[in-house]
Design a protein around this ligand. Sequence first.
Ligand code: HEC
Length: 115
Amino acid sequence: MRWLLWIAILLTACSASTQEPEPADLKWAESSRPANVQLAERYERSCMACHSVNGTGAPLAGFAPHWKPRLDKGIDQLVRHASEGFNAMPAMGQCNDCSTDDLRALTLFMARSGT
Ligand code: HEC
């Protein structure tokens, strides 16, 4: 029955590693910007402080395992939370001149499903 234990250990190791960002994921989060220049400027000044650093409690930009369960709630709800605030997520993501369209584009960028 020893093999059963090994399988259990291996499975645990695998599932844990898919949830933790790899160095490449951290690099993507630090170095990537939205293609649109104005959006990139807003992103750098607001969202990045929390979303480009792992372990802040904010879903890491570009890291699908952090975004997938949130996207399942629907993009409209995510944008509403970005706009109104959600737990430790501040209203407007500290971007006072962001429009709702900007928040949507920035959310889609971080979730890597557009822009
Ligand atoms: C001060 C830190 C901080 C800043 C700045 C910030 N966020 Fe967040 N954000 C968070 C945290 C923390 C969460 C996770 C909240 C939770 O799930 O409890 C979050 C979650 C989110 C979510 C997911 C909401 C949901 O319903 O799951 C979206 C979308 C989001 N942020 C968008 C943005 C955008 C867009 C910006 C920039 C305009 C931004 N955030 C700036 C901290 C921040």
